[in-house]
Write a protein that binds this ligand. Structure first.
Ligand SMILES: Cc1ncc(COP(=O)(O)O)c(C=O)c1O
Length: 483
């Protein structure tokens, strides 16, 4: 079985290389493209988005068939629908369209794996900068826990689905202190990253629910909601927040990222928060306030959460990924006031998903907070990101003056819009050749993608990388204009 699998993986690669010219000739024109390098066996995704080699096998089997039986070009094209292959930077790049709903998510993963190659400067990822991880403080916490056998035993044991109670208390207390929100620890459910909370919600909502989303919105939320087979209604996102006039008459929920949104970097004004809260109240809709970036504010004043305007209608999501470290995989949801039923439904689904989030990680985080490390760390991260954001914008103004960008007050991304007639996918292809990556913005739309947009991350690269990356992007832009 194993040797058969290996043959299937090695043989196509050899055939790709032997027939590269022909493949390039046939498929370069396609608009779909990505990279896998040598990592053939991680390409596939089966229906529940788990990695598998079946899709790879399936895809390669079709390609193999074509390579072994050269057919007329048109027939080959229909057999290998939407596959593009090209070779650059010493790597073979392949992009194909499959029928899985999370296609765009896997597209971004492929861009990220390409950017992780080393030579490419990446504005594509959504990664916090690892240089700012509180390595020493977490080390101190681990050493302290190891000296407390009862706590260590608790950390190593199965835990409760709702989460480690002291951590739920810390989260509730933090909302009380920062936002004057009277949240009880019992309203807080710990999740495996805030991504899990979105997934749980997607499963709890009746299949086919109407879910409003910002236009554009967070890609992996679209993926999770697509798996629940919900219908999207897009609400245009303006600089002040969602355009109230484009709110739907009816929706089960409105999923939104009101602070330093991923991907746009936009923060909703208070007036928009009020208006959206009123809409939710009148329509009985659930506001899903996804706020993983709220504490990474480097300018302006902290805004009131939606949960303050509509406490009975807001499911508030948070995460330690951006304020501590994403490898912890710890996030949370705060159920609406009086929302015990929703809490129970989320718990029920979580129980079957993973029983509970890592007790070990929860204990480490709780101890990290208890020792008072968190605030100074968050402030240092926000300061560092603020400098990078300012530098990125400055360089865009200087080197790409025709490209409009948003002006984020926090978070990790800015959003750029190319002049009329340009296409971010085209720019992306040339940018890769120049050695810089970003995420083409069209993947962040639930429908009718806007092709002039791009998401730029300003946290993963250091200042030298940002400077060189924008120079490369400017060269790519100039080449794109000449085409
Ligand atoms: C808007 C938004 N929500 C949720 C997440 C998921 O974060 P995590 O699962 O690491 O908490 C991300 C990650 O980038 C995000 O940008």
């Amino acid at each position: 079985m194993r040797s058969k699998k290996l043959r299937w993986e090695k043989e196509p690669q050899r055939l790709f290389e032997a027939n590269l010219e022909e493949l390039l000739d046939i498929f370069l024109a396609s608009e779909f493209c990505t990279s896998f390098g040598a990592r053939i066996d991680t390409l596939g995704r089966e229906k529940m988005a788990r990695r598998c080699s079946w899709e790879t096998y399936h895809c390669f089997k079709r390609i193999l068939h074509f390579l072994q039986n050269p057919e007329p070009r048109e027939l080959a094209k229909s057999t290998l629908r939407d596959v593009a292959v090209w070779y650059s930077c010493g790597m073979l790049h392949v992009w194909w369209q499959d029928d899985l709903p999370q296609r765009e998510g896997s597209l971004v993963r492929r861009i990220l794996s390409l950017a992780a190659g080393g030579e490419i400067i990446s504005f594509a990822g959504g990664l916090p900068n690892a240089k700012h991880f509180p390595v020493q403080e977490v080390g101190e916490v681990l050493a302290a826990i190891s000296q407390e056998p009862p706590l260590m035993r608790l950390a190593l044991q199965y835990g409760e689905t709702d989460g480690y109670y002291p951590l739920r208390e810390i989260i509730a207390e933090s909302y009380a202190r920062k936002d004057n929100l009277p949240i009880k620890p019992e309203q807080v459910g710990i999740t495996t990253g805030s991504q899990q909370a979105i997934d749980l919600l997607s499963r709890v909502l009746p299949r086919g629910s109407v879910v409003a989303v910002e236009r554009p919105t967070y890609l992996a939320a679209l993926s999770a909601l697509r798996l629940g087979e919900h219908d999207f209604v897009e609400v245009v996102l303006e600089e002040e927040g969602p355009e109230v006039g484009s709110l739907p008459e009816r929706a089960a929920a409105f999923y939104a990222v009101p602070n330093f949104q991923n991907p746009s970097g936009i923060t909703w004004s208070n007036a928009r928060r009020e208006a959206i809260a009123r809409w939710a109240h009148e329509r009985g809709a659930l506001l899903v306030e996804d706020d993983p970036y709220g504490e990474i504010r480097f300018r302006g004043d902290r805004q009131r959460p939606l949960a303050a305007f509509a406490p009975k209608h807001t499911l508030l999501l948070g995460s330690f990924s951006k304020i501590l470290a994403p490898g912890m995989r710890v996030g949370w949801f705060v159920a609406p006031e009086g929302g015990g039923r929703l809490f129970e439904e989320m718990r029920f689904v979580k129980e079957s998903a993973d029983l509970h989030t890592s007790t070990f990680a929860q204990v480490v985080i709780a101890e990290y907070y208890r020792r008072g490390f968190a605030q100074a760390h968050i402030e240092a991260v926000a300061r560092a990101y603020g400098k990078r954001a300012a530098l990125m914008r400055e360089l865009f103004h200087e080197l790409l003056p025709e490209v409009r960008t948003t002006d984020p007050e926090g978070g990790m991304f800015l959003w750029a819009v190319l002049p009329e007639g340009m296409d971010a996918r085209e720019l992306f292809t040339i940018a890769l050749e120049e050695g810089v990556a970003f995420v083409p913005g069209d993947v962040f739309y639930a429908s009718a993608p806007e092709r002039r947009t791009l998401r730029i991350n300003f946290t993963a690269e250091d200042e030298g990388g940002i400077e060189e990356g924008v120079r490369r992007l400017a060269r790519a832009y100039a080449r794109c204009l000449r085409r």
